[in-house]
Design a protein around this ligand. Structure first.
Ligand code: C2O
Ligand code: CU
Length: 451
């Protein structure tokens, strides 16, 4: 059954207001069943944090200390990675590299660290990721500003996709050869906060802060909002000068904070379109206006968020490193005789996901400015993610990236390159990897040591 068939059979679902200000501070992993495609269809077997996909929206205030007790009731080991947070290495959730895995059938681990930066982040396992994330393990981690901008609602959309069969079962072909050596596991059903959504109800004159999180294994989103020009005010949680380019592109793991001013007429409806894959464009949902009169008819300019205190790299004196990503179908795939099941390389070398003990690709001097030239020598997109740091996206294909931005994940187009720069100020062993989880698991990762 494809998405359209599901839509036809599912009753109009409204987007439930988020459980904001959640005080949940523990995560229990267990199998669950969830209605992804409407009550009229069978529920899907998923793996969930606290019984639902996505897991609880964890909200903290900037400067607070996060403490989350994790209990693993799954039959497999896991870890929790706090994507985008500048945290101590021991709390980073990478098995063997930074902690022992949390044992199956009852293992526990307590994560505890300070939250230096406000922004939109998320959490997910860092072990067996193609399957564990593909079965539904992910959730939003929101760090609120000390002085948040005035909005009428602050809403998270966790975007995800699933490969479902006609009975709405998640097809259990995780980590297959085709997906791993091509674009990754792109599903056939896109969900917003764990279900197909028909509508996003709004009121005329509302100002909504919309936090988008791409929690998909491999799907890239390119969202436009018919009849609206939302402002992008943050990327990967980090403030950016408010701007709108017609659509917002999010590779796996990437986030964007939008200010959606509801400027259209009461009673009107407008499509949110995802046309990243142009021949497979579809309607994500409708923005549906209530009949009520407008809440206001004048909007203040988009708010500018206060930047987080991230050290600015010194480009002129930075140590430069060229890192080449290779392999994949139609590329220089590693010899399958030598490297069975590994399809991708970093500087010519494929690294298996379960080998977290390997030597670091690079050692960076603590406190030093660095520039990485990331070269995508493949025919595929790769969202490259660095742990423990936030970097400047300096240029893409030699052209300066504007407006200036910080990020923890940068999307490399096929046969392209990007320069990122950062101060290596966080000691430890940090992953640098592709966030197409099937690529990560089949060679596209490395360890960067800061010492
Ligand atoms: Cu979102 Cu290495 O992870
Ligand atoms: Cu990749």
């Amino acid at each position: 059954m494809n998405r359209r068939e599901f839509l036809a059979t599912s009753a109009a679902l409204t987007l439930y207001p988020n459980v904001a200000w959640s005080k949940s501070r523990s995560l229990r992993l267990a199998p669950a069943r969830q209605s992804l495609v409407g009550e009229a269809n069978p529920a899907t077997d998923v793996w969930a944090y606290n019984g639902a996909v996505p897991g609880p929206e964890l909200r903290f205030r900037q400067g607070e200390r996060l403490k989350v007790a994790v209990q693993n009731a799954l039959g497999v080991e896991t870890t929790v990675h706090w994507h985008g947070i500048r945290l101590p290495n021991a709390m980073d959730g990478v098995p063997h590299l930074t902690q022992p895995p949390i044992a199956a059938n009852g293992g526990r681990f307590v994560y505890e660290f300070d939250l230096p930066d406000a922004g939109t982040y998320w959490y997910h396992p860092h072990l067996g990721s193609p399957e564990q994330v593909g079965r539904g393990l992910y959730g939003a981690l929101i760090v609120e500003e000390r002085d948040p901008p005035a909005v009428d609602r602050d809403i998270v959309w966790v975007l995800s996709d699933w490969r479902l069969d006609r009975e709405a079962r998640n097809v259990e072909d995780f980590g297959g050869f085709m997906d791993s050596s091509h674009a990754g596991r792109i599903g056939n059903t896109v969900t917003v906060n764990g279900a197909i959504r028909e509508t996003f109800p709004v009121r005329a004159g509302e100002r909504v802060r919309l936090r988008l999180i791409n929690a998909s294994n491999a799907r890239i989103y390119g969202l436009s909002f018919e009849g609206h020009e939302p402002w992008v005010i943050a990327l990967d949680g980090q403030p950016v000068a408010p701007h709108w380019d017609g659509r917002v592109v999010l590779g796996p793991a990437m986030r964007a904070d939008l200010i959606l001013d509801c400027t259209a007429a009461p009673g009107s409806r407008h499509r949110v379109i995802d046309d990243f894959y142009s021949r497979r464009a579809y309607r994500l949902l409708n923005i549906e206006y209530s009949k009520e009169g407008p809440l206001r008819d004048f909007f203040q300019p988009a708010p500018r968020l206060r930047p987080n205190a991230i050290p600015e790299p010194e480009l002129a004196t930075a140590a430069r490193h060229r890192i080449v990503f290779g392999g994949g179908m139609m590329g220089a795939m590693p010899s399958q005789r030598e490297h069975r099941g590994l399809f991708w390389t970093v500087n010519g070398k494929p690294v298996p996901e379960d080998d977290h003990a390997h030597a670091p690709l690079l050692t960076l001097g603590k406190g030093k400015s660095c520039v990485f030239e990331l070269v995508n020598d493949t025919s595929w997109h790769h969202p490259m993610h660095l742990h423990g740091h936030v970097f400047r996206v300096v240029s893409k294909n030699g052209k300066a990236v504007m407006p200036q931005q910080w990020a923890d994940t940068v999307l490399l187009d096929p046969d392209s390159r990007a320069e990122i720069a950062f101060v290596a100020d966080n000691p430890g062993d940090w992953m640098l990897h592709c966030h197409v989880l099937e690529h990560q698991a089949t060679g596209m990762m490395a360890v960067v040591r800061v010492a």
